[in-house]
Structure formats: structure tokens, C-alpha cells
Design a protein around this ligand. Structure first.
Ligand code: PGA
Length: 273
């Protein structure tokens, strides 16, 4: 099938200069499978990216955790795709559930306008996450695009509808899937220690692949890596990696620890499959 295993480490909003150096030292000393077997990308907070790039082993790469939706300019506090390209940051994570749910990024753009003494929310039928993905790709970045359902949505049996709608919002905006990795991250599994079972992960991954087959193309379905995220650790990574449609991981908490090396080594499961 030729989908190279992909392991991303999302450091989120963590770290001091000293801690970052320590994590990088651990990664640099780690014995991991070669680049033909696994692609490794770590995503420090923006401000540590130059430091990490300067210290990190050359076979690992960096990702930003977010990017502005269009060309840079007067957008205080944002970082544009142009800036990431200038800093030679090859990857960016887009649509992480912490941004969708805490920061209000969604499949739609929301505008808050003052009206009399109220704030009025206007939902514009424009796809914010999809636009970000499309703009980032247009500038030459590679994208880890995240989708996933909340616990309420799973309990209401709408998981597949939710992830299909999130994937559609991206698919509607792009025509080339070569530089996208799709990350299925059930919200209820993120940072909770409640990992999806291998069967639960496989079910959604295989449905997402079918969705790509039907709605994009057979080629994109066969080639696009669909990675799992949500409480992945050194102990559970091998069994998850053994699932036929799990092509890697996006790892939060455990990516700050030495066990990230064990998670990368889970790629061997595919090699021996
Ligand atoms: P977690 O986070 O591994 O800490 O659950 C995963 C993620 O948010 O990408």
C-alpha cells in the first residue's frame, strides 16, 4: 500500500527552554526505525520552533500547532503560512479539537459584532478549517488535519457523520491530497487516558478511507495516511499500529516523555505485517 507510518508529537502549550532541550536530547539519543519506515514530526509551541530546529536530529522534522487562515498582515497574535515557510517549518497541525472547541474554530467562520449593547454572533457559511488547510497547502506547507467527535456525539451515534462533515469541509477546499495527513482524534480520548480501543480506531479509520474513496478518489483513499490521536502511549501503541487502517499517531502528553521513542518504534509492527 506504501503508506509510510507517521508519528507526530504535539507538545501543545508546554515547556521551558530547559525542558525543550531535554526533550530534544532524548529524541536525538533514541534508537528508532529508519526514515523509510517512519516519518517523525514534533510540534513545539511557536516560540521554541527555531531552538528545536537548531538542535533536532535531521531525520525528525517540526510542525507548527496552528496557522493563520490567509496571507499575513494586520492580525495581531497570529502566525501566517508565509512566516512558517520563511522559518523552514515544513508541517502545520490544523483543526485540532482544542482549537475547534476552546477557541471556537469550526467548519464555519464566526464573526462577533457589537449590536446595541449585545454581541451578535454571525455564522458565515465559509469553512474556516478548510480555508486554513487550503491556504497552508497553497504556500507549500504540509498539513496534519484533525477531525474527531465529542463524547456526546459518539453516544448519539453520530461519530461517522461528524468526522465525514469535518473531512468534507476540508475536501471541498482542496484538490491535491499529497501533502495531507488526516488525524482522527476522538475528543473524549484526548488527554483523558481513555484511549479508543484498536477496534474503535480501526472502524472510524476504515470509514474515513471509504469516505475518501467515494467522495475524493480511490487513489487518495489508498495513499492518504490516517493517523490516530488520543491517549496514545508506549504501552498501547503497538496494538493500535497493528490495525490495517491506522497509519500512525498524533501524540500529546506522551510526546513530552521518553516513551515517545517507544511509540515511534510501533512503526515496526507495520514493517513486519
Ligand atoms: P493526548 O493528546 O495524547 O495527550 O491525548 C493527543 C492530541 O491532542 O493530539
Amino acid at each position: 500500500m506504501g503508506r509510510k507510518f507517521f508519528v507526530g508529537g504535539n507538545w501543545k502549550c508546554n515547556g521551558t527552554t530547559e525542558e525543550v532541550k531535554k526533550i530534544v536530547n532524548t529524541l536525538n539519543d533514541g534508537q528508532v526505525p529508519s526514515q523509510d519506515v517512519v516519518e517523525v514530526v514534533v510540534s513545539p509551541p511557536y516560540v521554541f520552533i527555531p531552538l528545536v530546529k537548531s538542535l533536532l536530529r535531521p531525520d525528525f522534522h517540526v510542525a507548527a500547532q496552528n496557522v493563520w487562515v490567509k496571507k499575513g498582515g494586520a492580525y495581531t497574535g497570529e502566525i501566517s503560512a508565509e512566516i512558517l515557510v520563511n522559518l523552514e517549518v515544513p508541517w502545520v497541525i490544523i483543526g485540532h479539537s482544542e482549537r475547534r472547541l476552546i477557541l471556537g474554530e469550526s467548519n464555519e467562520v464566526m464573526f462577533f459584532l457589537p449590536y446595541l449593547s449585545f454581541w451578535v454572533v454571525i455564522i458565515v457559511p465559509e469553512k474556516f478549517v478548510g480555508d486554513k488547510v487550503a491556504y497552508a497547502l497553497s504556500q507549500g506547507l504540509k498539513v496534519i488535519a484533525c477531525v474527531g467527535e465529542t463524547l456526546e456525539q459518539r453516544e448519539a451515534r453520530s461519530t461517522l457523520d461528524v468526522v465525514a462533515a469535518q473531512t468534507k469541509a476540508i475536501a471541498d477546499r482542496i484538490s491535491n491530497w499529497d501533502d495531507i495527513v488526516l488525524a482522527y482524534e476522538p475528543v473524549w480520548a484526548i488527554g483523558t487516558g481513555k484511549v479508543a480501543t484498536p477496534a474503535q480506531a480501526q472502524e472510524v479509520h476504515s470509514e474515513l478511507r471509504k469516505w475518501l474513496h467515494t467522495n475524493v478518489s480511490a487513489d487518495v483513499a489508498a495513499k492518504t495516511r490516517i493517523i490516530y490521536g488520543g491517549s496514545v502511549n508506549g504501552a498501547n501503541s503497538k496494538e493500535l499500529a497493528a490495525q490495517p487502517d491506522v497509519d500512525g499517531f498524533l501524540v500529546g502528553g506522551a510526546s513530552l516523555k521518553p516513551e515517545f521513542i517507544d511509540i515511534i518504534k510501533a512503526a515496526e509492527v507495520k514493517k513486519n505485517a
